[in-house]
Design a protein around this ligand. Structure first.
Ligand SMILES: [Zn+2]
Length: 197
């Protein structure tokens, strides 16, 4: 878990997936006159190594090759593409599923018995990218218990942040209604006014 995932009430079981998807910050709205700076926390292999190590994900201290780094970024892109689809439409988005599955295949998991009881999915990879396998395991676990359907991407074009929908009916479309929701509402109101005039 991270400070962000805690702040926004993301279950610990999905925190790595949530944080990984949000290492790319494409928000570019202006709030109180201040433009939000876009950022990518993973611009090279060193960033990725630091990110995994910071989260306790790098169990194997091997070098991340440029090809591995490209695979990691591809995984992030496809995870974001998948989460961008409305949960009800995810299963129908064949292109997103096909592309995601091609990359998920590179992160095989194996079942291991835990010493404190129960079973857990572990990385079958034995190189530096094994650190991303727990993210794939969270994907699977989240789909089993239904929490993955609450992991969504903000509907605002200027935001596209991944958020966890804690609302009872699970119908939230914006990461923060007070921010992205209001901005979108104000804009469509203005557009309606303009069209009416
Ligand atoms: Zn948003």
């Amino acid at each position: 878990m991270s400070r962000e995932s805690k702040k926004f009430g993301v279950p610990d079981e999905l925190a790595n997936l949530y944080d990984f998807a949000n290492t790319l910050d494409v928000r570019h709205f202006t709030h109180h006159g201040v433009p939000h700076p876009q950022a990518d926390a993973l611009t090279n292999a060193r960033d990725l190594a630091a990110w995994m190590s910071h989260r306790g994900l790098s169990s194997i201290s091997a070098k991340i090759t440029p090809a591995m780094f490209a695979t990691a970024i591809e995984l992030r892109t496809l995870i974001r593409d998948y989460l961008q689809c409305d949960p009800l439409e995810r299963h129908g988005n064949k292109d997103a599923i096909r592309a995601l599955n091609r990359t998920l295949k590179l992160f095989p998991l194996l079942v291991a018995a835990r010493d404190d009881g129960g079973m857990v999915l572990r990385a079958a990879r034995e190189d530096a990218l094994a650190g991303l396998s727990p993210i794939v395991a969270e994907f699977y676990d989240g789909s089993r218990d239904g929490t993955l359907d609450r992991l969504k991407m903000c509907a605002s074009d200027e935001c596209r942040r991944v958020f966890f929908d804690r609302s009872k009916p699970s119908t939230r479309r914006w990461c923060m209604s007070s921010l992205c929701g209001n901005r979108m509402k104000t804009r469509s109101y203005r557009e309606r006014q303009r069209n009416a005039g």
